[in-house]
Design a protein around this ligand. Structure first.
Ligand code: GDP
Ligand code: MG
Length: 681
């Protein structure tokens, strides 16, 4: 009988922005998000490939700078290598930043994992005149080294061949890679690993030397995992020994053991880099020069605002003609459907359902969707070029001033696409309190689903200032997120001490194909929602507006008008106390695009168009108040789900819903009342 053998598992690990995902995509043909800034991948992704007749399972791990932090994404990567025993680990490094990236490499090697080093971004290294002595590097690291250019799929076949070779030779035992930590530490490591040997009795695959080092480093996460299966006395015995060892090291060297160990690793990577690579002395990277302007103390923020404003203006300039054209097409089509159906003698009910319901509601959502695509396109472009990473640096200072970790900016940026993605990205924050605050304020960041709503109202009420009106809502979202984060941090005390220096990727020429793929992947998400949640909800809206039977559809007698009418008085002080507005907000809590779809069904767009119908009931001021409400109130259902999952707390989920609802209402009222006082009504 043939024993079932599992597919060999190849893990891809490395620092953020080293090209892991590009490599993963190159190997598996997947289309995961490749972004020119750190922090994009926070979950592991799996794919597979057949090479030389062997099927391999490939896992893209989140980027990590080291294995000594407690951030969820870093522990995901480390735990995977440690406990899931991948058959080979492809460690991707950025050859243009070899020394810093090797810091992780030596840690993976220390774990005893079978490593292949992918010297990625080899093309840029070559251009910069960086030379690497491959043989020497292999000898120093005692492992295989393969130069790669992930985005061009160069070096991938060699990488896979090496991986398969490694899997086949797995049982022959590879050369052990160890770091010499100096006599004081080495003595303690030896003693401690001896003790671990007797206690663990080969229950772990990784060497006891490695666990001993981790204990000396005071790594809580590993200590917790290691001690889990042990008896109380054994834990106590180990704890005492570790404490003793640490204080002996401290006494002998005058240094904190954790720092000392990190220092030795840094010294080693510096030494290896020096011995194996030559960098021309006078490389001033072009990026550095551009950054002198774009990150200049005085120019940076004004330039940032200009870039953002241009982004919105461009979004509208590009999408306006398409929106207009789509509107015409949908209207003509709708008329044609109406004409043919009535001609065929179809029941009035069915005709109404198809034209006013489906075509009206879904049509409106589609009609105002093009700006989403263009916004995605421009953001992807900025990301690929490397500007988004600069934006992160600029916001870093802002985040710190509101008491958040600088890294908290990454979830915020992703929140512009979708709050669910943003909330998932908070996993890169190692402090649980920072993480909670970031989750709670993320829904205030204006996600792309809200954009069509803004576009409709902006084009109906502020045709000349669309860009600025929409921009102001985005800014409002960010400002509120910062203010609320500050307020929350007063109550949720955060003892954040970790420092974070975001790594600046070089500016790169955008690659058209990748950008189109990314834009499409993001747009697909929108289309999927339109086809499911939004489609079904619009049917519900239509049905409710046609019940009870024998009423004028969508009239004040309809069921939906009564439901909306019940809540309408609450919004009177905000200037939009109509049942239509309340109904739109109710459905908008499922998915924000539904605000638009619902309004279209309720006003039955008709010949005059949705904009005209809105102008009859809204003023520019109440429209703006309504947009403020739409921005802030209740995260959509998917986001609520994400909050529940990531906080693992019903209390915080309710809180997020409650405070946004109240805040949205409050600000809408303030906008309307203050605006009226100033005479804008
Ligand atoms: P990850 O964070 O490690 O997953 O990195 P990504 O795969 O998202 O890539 C980061 C950036 O490096 C993107 O802008 C890629 O286009 C770029 N990149 C990745 N590999 C290469 C390479 O071999 N050469 C060059 N020139 N750029 C690369
Ligand atoms: Mg990635």
């Amino acid at each position: 009988m043939v024993a079932a053998t599992r597919k060999p598992v190849i893990a891809i690990a490395g620092n953020p922005n080293s090209g892991k995902t590009a490599l993963f995509n190159g190997i598996t043909g997947a289309r995961q998000h490749v972004g020119n800034w750190p922090g994009v991948t926070v979950e592991k992704k799996t794919g597979s490939v057949v090479h030389e007749g062997v099927e391999l399972s490939v896992v893209d791990l989140p980027g990590t700078y080291s294995f000594s932090s407690s951030a969820i994404d870093e522990t995901i990567a480390r735990d995977f290598i440690l406990w899931e025993n991948p058959d080979a680990v492809i460690n991707v490094v950025d050859t243009t930043n070899l020394e810093r990236h090797l810091y992780l490499t030596v840690q993976i090697l220390e774990m005893g994992a079978p490593v292949i080093l992918a010297l990625n971004i080899f093309d840029e290294a070559k251009k910069l005149g960086i030379k690497v002595n491959l043989d020497k590097l292999e000898a120093r690291l005692r492992t295989k080294v393969v130069p790669t250019v992930a985005i061009e799929r160069k070096g991938i076949p060699e990488l896979l061949t090496t991986a398969i070779q490694m899997v086949k030779n797995r049982n022959q035992g590879s050369a052990k890679f160890t770091i010499d930590y100096g006599p004081a530490v080495e003595r303690e490591i030896a003693e401690l690993s001896q003790l671990l040997d007797t206690i663990l009795q080969k229950k772990v695959r990784t060497s006891t030397r490695w666990f001993a080092i981790k204990l000396l480093e005071h790594d809580d996460h590993i200590r917790g995992k290691l001690f889990k299966g042990l008896a109380d006395e054994q834990v106590k015995q180990l704890e005492t020994r570790v404490a003793m060892a640490r204080s002996r090291i401290q006494q002998e060297t005058g240094q904190d053991p954790t720092d000392l160990i990190a220092e030795k690793r840094y010294a080693l990577t510096a030494k290896i880099t020096k011995e194996t690579t030559t960098t021309p002395e006078d490389v001033i990277r072009p990026s550095t020069m551009v950054d002198r302007i774009l990150l200049n103390k005085w120019l940076a923020y004004p330039l940032f605002l200009v870039v953002m404003l241009l982004m919105f203006q461009l979004t509208f300039t590009l999408s306006d003609p398409i929106v207009e054209w789509l509107g015409g097409v949908i209207e003509t089509f709708s008329e044609w459907v109406y004409g043919s159906l009535t001609g065929l003698g179809a029941p009035e009910m069915l005709v109404g359902f198809l034209t006013d319901g489906i075509l009206g509601g879904l049509g409106a959502v589609f009609e105002f969707a093009p700006p989403i695509f263009f916004l995605f396109w421009i953001i992807t472009l900025l990301e690929d070029v490397g500007y988004i990473a600069r934006a992160a640096v600029l916001s870093d200072r802002l985040m710190r001033s509101v008491g958040l970790h600088g890294k908290a900016f990454i979830p915020m940026i992703l929140g512009f696409g979708c709050n669910v993605t943003g909330i998932l990205a908070t996993r890169s924050l190692d402090n649980p309190k920072d993480r909670l605050i970031s989750i709670l304020v993320n829904p205030l960041i204006s996600c792309s689903a809200r954009l069509p709503v803004y576009v409709l109202f902006a084009s109906a009420f502020f045709p000349k200032h669309q860009g600025i009106v929409v921009f102001s809502l985005y800014v409002l979202g960010v400002v509120l997120a910062a203010v609320m984060a500050k307020i929350f941090s007063l109550f949720i005390k955060s003892d954040s001490t970790s420092t974070f220096v975001i790594e600046l990727p070089p500016y790169r020429l955008p690659r058209l194909k990748d950008i189109l793929i990314q834009t499409w992947e993001r747009a697909k998400h929108f289309l999927e929602r339109a086809g499911t949640v939004i489609f079904i909800s619009i049917i519900v809206v239509w049905v409710l507006s046609n019940l009870p039977p024998n009423i004028e559809p969508g009239s004040p007698d309809s069921l939906i008008a009564r439901i909306g009418g019940f809540f309408a008085p609450i919004f009177k002080p905000a200037g939009f106390g109509t049942w239509q507005a309340s109904t739109a907000l109710i459905f908008g809590a499922l998915a924000k695009e539904l605000i638009l779809g619902t309004l279209a069904v309720l006003y039955g767009a008709g010949e005059a168009g949705l904009a005209a119908a809105l102008q009859a009931q809204w003023t520019p001021l109440s429209a703006y108040a309504f947009l403020v409400m739409s921005l802030i109130y209740i995260p959509c259902v998917a986001t609520i789900g994400a909050i529940r999952q990531e906080t693992n707390s019903r209390k915080w989920t309710f809180f997020a819903v409650g405070y946004t609802l109240f805040l949205g209402w409050l600000l809408a009222v303030v906008v309307y009342q203050v605006g009226s006082l100033l005479g804008f009504a």
